[in-house]
Write a protein that binds this ligand. Structure first.
Ligand SMILES: *Cc1c(COP(=O)(O)O)cnc(C)c1O
Length: 413
């Protein structure tokens, strides 16, 4: 693909240079049509049985984006009291929120109980705490499936080495604690990791949790977790996640379980990245180019405080160059290292990346930044966090989060 921006008509006829000037840089720009399409796609992963796709909001908690998920029929997973509060504020009814925390305090758990929000306990200790706070209640437990998958060790969340979930050998203790506090284990959930493009490990994990589920008699739901990947190398024509193939292969696994269990509980999945990643780009300004020891550095205002994934996970994000409002064609590429403005040598967006030669004043347009982009921003180096704008269905541009100011940072002192 020569240009995702052009092919997807990402700016819907708006001039990116104008957006950059009006809202300043760096700025996150979202496309409502793309977001809605992805949210709708995950809502239809299972059609034969009762099913909900729970958008995992830690990927992006902007309230305006949560409202799109609400309208597209997604339920949501929250990891913290803060995320629950964002969801309530966005208009989600409590029944459509699932709390999947780990290592929370009694106060945090009590908040979910008081608000009638289904909670999953990630350890026997947390289940014990839940039981003591809500005797006779309904609760879920997170199972560690003993297998994991993902793009980086830091995002593999299932498997013997990870901190998450309760391993299978402790299932008898789950029942002991449930009996002690008269709890109903109404759901089990898992999450094997993030960003896989091959459905097989996920399908194996589904088969595995369904085998485990046979030991639980009162299940209202079984949650298979998230992690569906998106093509971060789209400019090199990386294929998309094979959703149709995945759905076809999932169905017989569910059929087999339903026959054995005698009924179909509600099935759930928890996609985060798939819903939002491709619906956003960051526009940043190129302020300085320099040549050090034979390397060319293109210095932008997109620091690791704005997008941490490249420095944290060595993640790849495609970059397009925009000059005077137009995408610069990708012929005549030259190796450049694209950096931010933070005082860290690890503040790199792209290392030795073949790109059109960048010049001062150009815009760097970083693709696929809707997931774990703004939600992982920081104010490192006392740089206020960027604004977010949404290109609406009708092509209008709406500010959905104002840029943070120095006064915002000062207010905490
Ligand atoms: C982060 C997370 C997800 C979402 O993962 P994606 O890779 O963004 O789909 C789902 N479930 C749990 C428990 C998570 O922690």
């Amino acid at each position: 693909m020569n240009s995702f921006i052009e092919q997807s008509n990402f700016f819907e006829g708006n001039n990116p240079e104008k957006i950059a000037q009006e809202y300043g840089t760096p700025v996150y720009v979202y496309n409502e049509n793309i977001l809605r399409t992805r949210m709708d796609a995950v809502a239809k992963v299972i059609t034969k049985y009762p099913y909900t796709a729970n958008y995992s909001v830690k990927a992006n908690t902007n309230i305006h984006i949560l409202k799109l998920a609400l309208e597209e029929g997604n339920n949501c997973d929250a990891m913290s009291v803060g995320e629950i509060q964002m969801l309530l504020k966005a208009g989600f009814p409590k029944e459509r929120i699932f709390f999947v925390p780990n290592n929370v305090s009694a106060e945090e758990m009590q908040f979910a109980i008081d608000n009638g929000i289904m909670t999953s306990c990630d350890s026997l200790a947390q289940l014990e705490l839940y039981g003591s706070l809500n005797k006779g209640g309904k609760v879920a437990v997170r199972i560690n499936p003993g297998v994991g998958a993902g793009h980086h060790e830091k995002v593999v969340t299932g498997g013997k080495k990870t901190k998450f979930g309760i391993s299978e050998e402790f299932i008898p203790q789950i029942f002991e604690i449930a009996e002690k506090y008269n709890l109903t284990i109404a759901g089990i959930n898992q999450h094997i990791g993030s960003l896989f493009m091959d459905p097989q490990p996920y399908l194996d994990a589904v088969t595995n949790i369904l085998r485990i589920a046979l030991q639980f008699k009162d299940l209202e739901f079984i949650d298979f977790g998230g992690g569906y990947g998106i093509p971060y190398h789209k400019l090199d024509d990386e294929a998309v996640f094979p959703m149709e193939d995945f759905k076809k292969r999932l169905e017989p696994i569910l059929d087999d379980f339903v026959a054995k269990y005698g009924r179909a509980p509600l099935f759930k999945s928890e996609p985060g990245r798939f819903c939002v990643a491709e619906g956003s780009v960051i526009l940043g300004r190129l302020h300085a180019v320099k040549h050090n020891n034979g390397k060319t550095f293109a210095g932008t205002d997109i620091g690791m405080n704005v997008l941490v994934r490249p420095s944290m996970y060595d993640s790849w994000h495609d970059i397009e160059v925009i000059r005077e409002g137009k995408v610069v064609a990708r012929d005549n590429l030259m190796e450049q290292t694209v950096t931010g403005n933070i005082c860290e040598s690890g503040d790199l967006l792209a290392k030795d990346r073949p790109l059109p030669e960048m010049k001062r004043g150009d815009l760097a347009c970083v693709l696929d930044t809707g997931a774990y982009g703004w939600s992982m921003c920081s104010t490192y180096n006392s740089r206020p966090r960027p604004a977010e704008v949404l290109i609406c269905k009708d092509g209008s541009v709406k500010l959905i989060r104002r840029r943070e100011t120095i006064e915002d940072l000062m207010r905490l002192f």
